[in-house]
Design a binder for this molecule. Structure first.
Ligand SMILES: [Zn+2]
Length: 289
């Protein structure tokens, strides 16, 4: 990707050390009472980029080994090159969605990217690296352990900076859904549905976030280099529920999908990439949420 000339977003926090034992300022434990019970927690964890946390439990490295981790040459709490790149991508999403919201007569309120080492408290419960990146509607923030990017390359075979951009753009997609009221609507619907139906609805949420990620890339096409779109599509396939389930369980159970199959994820990312139009990202269809 061509990110050299891109300016970084100023909407970020770097939480340091402690493995989540120290609560960051501004986030009270009591927030857990605002509807972030176990069902919400499952929903929120399901909103992560595509990693089923349960599938990672057995294979994720002991978080104790990650808590003290920081990139060579940087003190804990300092911005690293990986973070700078993520913030350039976030900055680009702000400019794109700002423009798209404006065209509809609205105003885009940016999300905040929280970098955390090992673990931290979020408005949606405790976050740790094995949960993967996720968006928390309760505090309107994206939580990202940068070691996930390394995992993305080693575990899922999706290296490259566009794959990283896709992760961020997908989470920003959830923030857009939040601003549009979709997340709240879906959540209230899910309360009344069976687990299988709730999962099916969740898949639509995730596929729309994939499509929105594609819309962002299409709107800022000058950032893309040859091969980037293909790398993004490969990343989408790598985090398809069938791909992940096959790898972790050796079998695939479509009724438990929460993010969509590899083919679906590729399809919706491609629709966003080719159209650049958020209106084309109607994964819910006419009778949906
Ligand atoms: Zn997601």
């Amino acid at each position: 990707m061509r990110l050299d000339d891109e300016s970084e977003s100023s909407h970020y926090e770097i939480r340091s050390g402690g493995g989540g034992f120290g609560l960051p300022a501004g986030i009270a434990l009591g927030r857990g009472g605002l509807g972030c019970g176990s069902i919400i927690l499952i929903l929120i964890v399901s909103l992560v980029f595509g990693v089923n946390p349960l599938s990672l439990v057995g294979v994720a490295p002991d978080s104790g080994s990650q808590i003290q981790r920081s990139e060579p040459g940087s003190a804990p709490g300092e911005k690293t090159p990986v973070m700078s790149r993520a913030l350039k991508i976030l900055g680009s999403t702000e400019r794109v969605w700002g423009r798209l919201f404006e065209q509809q007569g609205g105003r885009y309120a940016p999300t905040t990217l929280v970098f955390y080492p090992g673990g931290t408290q979020s408005g949606c419960g405790f976050a740790n690296a094995s949960a993967g990146p996720f968006y928390c509607p309760a505090d309107k923030r994206i939580f990202l352990d940068t070691s996930f990017f390394d995992q993305l390359s080693t575990r899922y075979g999706a290296p490259g900076d566009f794959a990283q951009a896709y992760v961020i753009a997908h989470e920003v997609g959830h923030h857009v859904q939040d601003l549009e009221g979709t997340l709240a609507k879906v959540h209230s619907l899910q309360q009344r549905l069976s687990e299988g139906e709730a999962n099916a609805l969740q898949v639509k949420v995730e596929l729309q976030a994939d499509c929105y990620a594609g819309v962002w890339a299409a709107q800022d096409r000058n950032l893309l280099e040859p091969g980037d779109a293909e790398a993004g599509l490969r990343a989408a396939a790598a985090v398809g529920d069938d791909t992940l389930q096959q790898a972790s369980q050796g079998t695939v159970t479509p009724e438990s999908f929460t993010h969509g199959s590899a083919a679906e994820r590729q399809k919706w990312l491609r629709i966003g990439l080719e159209s650049g139009d958020p209106a084309r990202c109607d994964t819910f269809g006419s009778g949906g949420a």
